[in-house]
Design a protein around this ligand. Structure first.
Ligand code: NAP
Ligand code: G4F
Length: 358
C-alpha cells in the first residue's frame, strides 16, 4: 500500500521540495493549502493537475482553523504529517506577533491535538528553527542540548511548537519529532529573505535594471545550507525508529556581507566596502558606483547576530549530511536569478521583484 503524507506549508520553499522528494519515493502526497485571493502556487504548479503526478493533491485549510485541520486529516488518513506551515519571516513577526503565535505556535498544537483525538498512528514532524537559539555566544556551536533564548515573536512561537511536540510525545506516546533546521535557501526561497534579496537585487544591478540594493545588518552571520539537502534530512527524521529531535546544519557560518560579496563576484562585480555603521556602502571597484547601501528600516527590534549549527547527531544517527557547499549554493541562486531577471529585460516578460520593506 502506498504511504500517505500530509504537508502543511505545501506552497512554500520546503513544502515544494519535500513534495517532489516524497512523490519520487512513491508516496501519495496531500497538501494543506491556505486560501488566498489569488492562487499562490507557483512553486507547485508543475505538480498540480499534472498527469505525471496523479498522487499529488491539495485541499484548502488553514493552521488557524482546527476544524479544517481535523477534516483534512480524517479525509487523507496520512501515515505522516509534516508541519511546515508558518509565518516564517522573522522581521515580519515583529509586525504581526499575535498572528505569528497563532499560526507558527498554536498551529502545531492544533494538529497534534487533532491527531490525539483521532487516536490515529500518525507520525508528526515539526519544523523547528535555529532562531529558537536566539542570542548565543559568538564562536559557539548550537546543537540539541543548547538552551533556547529566542529574540523574536517568530522564535518564541517556534519554541512553543517545539515543546508542544515534545509534550505530546512524552505524555501520549505519539511519534512526534522536531527538526531544528538552520537557514536553508534555494531559488525557491521567498524574495524577502536576505539571500534571495541579494541574488535578485545584484542580478538587477548587473543588468542595469536597478542602481542600488538596500540591506539591513551586514554583520549578521548564518549557517546557510541548500533546501533540497535539508528536505532529505526532514524525511530521514520521520523514518528513524524513534521520535527524536535533530539539528540539521552545515557547520559553517558566513556573514550577510560575505554572501553579498560572493554573489557579486559571481556576477562579475568586484565589491569594495567603504564606511562604517549605517554609512557603510558596497562599491563597484570598476566604476565607483554604489551597489549596496544600508537602510535601517531592515534592522530588527532585536537581532540574532550569529548562528552556527552542530549536526553531528543527524550525521551519526540518520546518516544525513549536506551535499552542497556555501559557494555552490550562492552559485545556484545567482544563476537562477540572473536568468530570471534577464527575462525581465525582454518585452512582455515583466516580473515584479521589487519590494519596499523586507
Ligand atoms: P515558507 O517558504 O515561508 O513557507 C511557509 C508556508 O506556510 C507557505 O506554504 C505558507 O503559505 C504557509 N502558511 C502561512 N500561513 C499559513 C496558514 N495560516 N495556514 C496554512 N499555511 C500557512 O517557509 P520555508 O522556508 O519553506 O520553511 C518551512 C518551515 O520551516 C516553516 O515552518 C519555517 O518557519 C521553518 N524553517 C525554515 C527555515 C529556512 O531557513 N527556510 C529554517 C528553519 C525552520 P503561503 O504560500 O500561502 O504563504
Ligand atoms: O534571511 P533572513 O530574513 O532570515 P532569518 O531571520 O535568519 O530567518 C530565516 O531562518 C530561520 C532559521 O534560523 C528560519 F527559522 C526562518 O523561518 C527564516 O527562514 O535574515 C537573515 C539575516 C538577519 O540577521 C537579518 O537581520 O540577514 C539580516 N538582513 C540584513 N539585511 C536582512 C536584510 N534580512 C532580510 N530579510 N532583509 C534584509 O534586507
Amino acid at each position: 500500500m502506498r504511504k500517505r503524507a500530509l504537508i502543511t506549508g505545501i506552497t512554500g520553499q520546503d513544502g515544494s521540495y519535500l513534495s517532489e522528494l516524497l512523490l519520487k519515493k512513491g508516496y501519495q502526497v496531500y497538501g494543506l493549502q491556505r486560501h488566498t485571493s489569488y492562487p499562490n502556487t507557483y512553486r507547485i504548479d508543475h505538480l498540480i493537475n499534472n498527469p505525471k503526478f496523479p498522487n499529488f493533491l491539495t485541499a484548502y485549510g488553514d493552521l488557524s482553523d482546527s476544524s479544517s485541520i481535523s477534516a483534512i486529516i480524517e479525509k487523507c488518513e496520512p501515515d505522516e504529517i509534516y508541519n511546515l506551515g508558518a509565518l516564517s519571516h522573522v522581521g515580519v513577526s515583529f509586525s504581526m506577533p499575535e498572528y505569528t503565535a497563532d499560526i507558527t505556535g498554536l498551529g502545531a498544537l492544533r494538529i497534534l491535538e487533532a491527531i490525539r483525538q483521532l487516536k490515529a498512528p500518525i507520525k508528526y514532524y515539526q519544523a523547528g528553527s535555529s532562531e529558537m537559539f536566539g542570542k548565543v555566544e559568538k564562536d559557539s556551536f548550537q546543537n540539541e542540548n543548547t538552551p533556547f533564548n529566542p529574540q523574536s515573536p517568530y522564535g518564541l512561537a517556534k519554541v512553543f511548537a517545539f515543546h508542544t511536540t515534545k509534550i505530546y510525545r512524552n505524555s501520549y506516546g505519539m511519534f512526534a519529532a522536531n527538526g531544528i533546521l538552520f537557514n536553508h535557501e534555494s531559488p525557491r526561497r521567498g524574495i524577502s529573505f536576505v539571500t534571495r534579496k541579494i541574488t535578485l537585487g545584484l542580478s538587477r544591478v548587473k543588468l542595469g535594471m536597478q542602481d542600488t540594493l538596500m540591506l539591513g545588518n551586514l554583520n549578521s552571520s548564518r549557517d546557510w545550507g541548500y533546501a533540497k539537502d535539508y528536505v532529505e534530512g526532514i524525511f530521514k527524521i520521520l523514518q528513524y525508529k524513534d521520535a527524536e529531535d535533530f539539528v540539521l546544519a552545515t557547520g559553517e557560518t558566513h556573514s550577510v556581507r560575505e554572501f553579498a560579496q560572493i554573489a557579486a563576484k559571481q556576477l562579475g562585480i568586484d565589491l569594495q566596502w567603504k564606511g562604517t555603521g549605517i554609512r557603510e556602502k558596497g562599491i563597484n571597484r570598476k566604476n565607483g558606483k554604489t551597489v549596496i547601501e544600508i537602510d535601517p528600516i531592515h534592522f530588527r527590534p532585536s537581532e540574532v547576530d550569529y548562528l552556527l549549527g552542530d549536526a553531528r547527531k543527524a550525521r551519526k544517527v540518520l546518516g544525513w549530511k549536506p551535499k552542497t557547499s556555501f559557494n555552490e549554493l550562492v552559485e545556484i541562486m545567482v544563476k537562477n536569478d540572473y536568468d530570471l531577471v534577464r527575462k525581465e529585460t525582454r518585452p512582455g516578460h515583466k516580473i515584479e521583484v521589487r519590494h519596499r520593506f523586507y
